[in-house]
Design a protein around this ligand. Structure first.
Ligand code: AMP
Length: 474
């Protein structure tokens, strides 16, 4: 994201920020914000929307590729053709205008996924690709480079078509196309997104179209602005988010059916559950397949404790005792409801802590701004509810407090969320500390489930014993 957009996001945050002492509480967000019940319950629709929101949030807060130590798995359609990868952008023989764009974006060398995917995507004749690669691995730049490389700027009609699951995600990808194509001004981009009113029958001249499935379909069929038969590259981004959104799967398939036989099809997805795989196979014939798996998180370097408490006030006192005994650079505290999070933020703030609060009612841009401020160390404590837990890189945070234990929407243990909150990926050798607040028989049972599931001891911590607390920091 451009720096000036960041400045805007922060300005926006600050202009909507109420200051109570040194507590920053966000006002309820704008049209993008969502209402989630205080008990943290989410309907299926909200759960689905979450994936798109999460993906957008990741894009907003990420400025570089995430280091991933997993091997890239490559399955070639033709196993006899030589497998080749590149270590430099020069090796790809990109058009000079594009190479300049790539360097201007600050990319020195291809990311892991780009090393393998780019030669395949730029090959002649064009090859189809299904790639599993999550946010942060450089896949957007990869397919944008492929589109820009295949365009013939002298032809004034759409040749590359990219579909994204949401308006906001389409705009983000559009930005990357604009940045990378900065020195290639003959190539133009059109946004097929809601609100972009077009007249019927006037053929558009832009060579690249990025949009959401519904509008793209309208532009092809109803308004006849695009001749799908002239498309040479088709990109379907975030396939997993796409199929989780009502109607998008069918619309995507309908678009794909209109494309000519030789059209290059590229599909990306962060995850590859069966439903995504079936969809990918329908949309991308004869694919090459590239997989870069998410790095596994582990609890191996985390010291885990639990504290017995009777009430939220009791939990707060325990927290204060921990803060009184050990030096905590930065901590994340997870609460189950917005109400508790707000209350706790107020209490900690009264104690003189610099607190940031992240909750599901905030617009995604506001959330991104809060995360960025926390990352910059402007606040030392980040309090968040379940809805915001995903997608935040906690690597820099040394202490995680589960003020409430993570639960799924039925109130049962949620191993994945527990791991995600407190776990670390292998590349960060740093040790971490996790403290779980247990306030009932039921939460004790849940804690034991986590202990059993991960086969890692969670030791009891007496927060009235300062010496004992001091020991856990060593
Ligand atoms: P993505 O996986 O497309 O969400 O990209 C994640 C981030 O990595 C974006 O901020 C990109 O600008 C950045 N990025 C992509 N490719 C490279 C590269 N080769 N070198 C450095 N940063 C990159």
């Amino acid at each position: 994201m451009a720096t000036d957009s960041w400045a805007l996001a922060v300005d926006e945050q600050e202009s909507t920020t109420k200051t109570i002492g040194n507590l920053r509480i966000m006002e309820a967000g704008d049209a993008n914000s969502r209402q989630i019940d205080d008990d943290g319950d989410k309907s299926d629709e909200e759960e689905k929307e979450d994936r798109a929101t999460q993906s957008l949030l990741n894009k907003l807060i990420r400025s570089n590729v995430v280091n991933n130590t997993n091997q890239v798995e490559v399955l070639q359609r033709d196993p006899n053709s030589p497998l080749y990868s590149v270590k430099t952008f020069e090796e790809l023989r990109l058009k000079p205008q594009l190479l300049k764009g790539v360097y201007e974006m600050g990319f020195n060398r291809p990311s892991k996924i780009q090393e393998n995917a780019l030669p395949m995507m730029l090959a002649e004749p064009p090859q189809n690709l299904i790639a599993q690669s999550q946010s942060g691995t450089g896949k957007t730049a990869a397919f944008v480079l492929a589109m820009l490389s295949h365009v013939d700027p002298s032809l004034k009609w759409p040749q590359c078509l990219c579909i994204s699951p949401t308006y906001e995600l389409a705009l983000q990808t559009g930005k990357v196309i604009e940045q990378m194509g900065k020195f290639y001004p003959e190539v133009k981009l059109a946004y097929a997104v809601r609100g972009h009113k077009m007249e019927r029958g006037i053929k558009i001249k832009e060579q690249i179209v990025i949009g959401t499935p519904g509008t793209v379909l309208d532009w092809c069929i109803k308004l006849k602005l695009i001749d799908p038969k002239k498309i040479k590259v088709f990109v379907l981004d975030e396939a997993d988010v796409m199929i989780a959104t009502q109607g998008h799967q069918d619309q995507s398939i309908r678009i794909q059916r209109m494309l000519p036989k030789g059209c290059q099809m590229l599909l990306f997805s962060a995850t590859f559950e069966d439903s995504v795989w079936k969809f990918a196979e329908r949309v991308v014939p004869d694919p090459n397949i590239i997989k870069l798996k998410r790095e596994e998180e582990t609890l191996d370097t985390i010291k885990q404790y639990y504290v017995l408490c009777n009430s939220k006030e009791d939990k707060f006192n325990a927290l204060c005792n921990i803060y009184g005994a050990i030096t905590i650079a930065q901590a994340m505290i997870f609460c189950h409801t917005r109400k508790t999070a707000n209350w706790l933020a107020g209490q900690l703030s009264k104690e003189g802590h610099q607190v940031a609060l992240l909750s599901g009612e905030m617009a995604v841009e506001q959330r991104a701004a809060v995360i960025e401020r926390f990352r910059d160390g402007k606040e030392k404590v980040l309090i968040t509810t379940n809805v915001c837990a995903r997608g935040i890189d906690v690597e820099q945070v040394s202490v995680v407090i589960n003020f409430d234990l993570p639960l799924d929407k039925d109130g049962n243990p949620d191993n994945e969320t527990y791991l995600h909150r407190i776990g670390r990926t292998g590349r960060f050798g740093k040790r971490g500390l996790a403290v779980n607040m247990v306030d009932s028989q039921r939460s004790m049972e849940i804690l034991k489930t986590y202990e059993r599931h991960f086969n890692k001891k969670i030791a009891r911590l007496d927060t009235h014993d300062l010496d004992e607390i001091e020991k856990i920091a060593n």
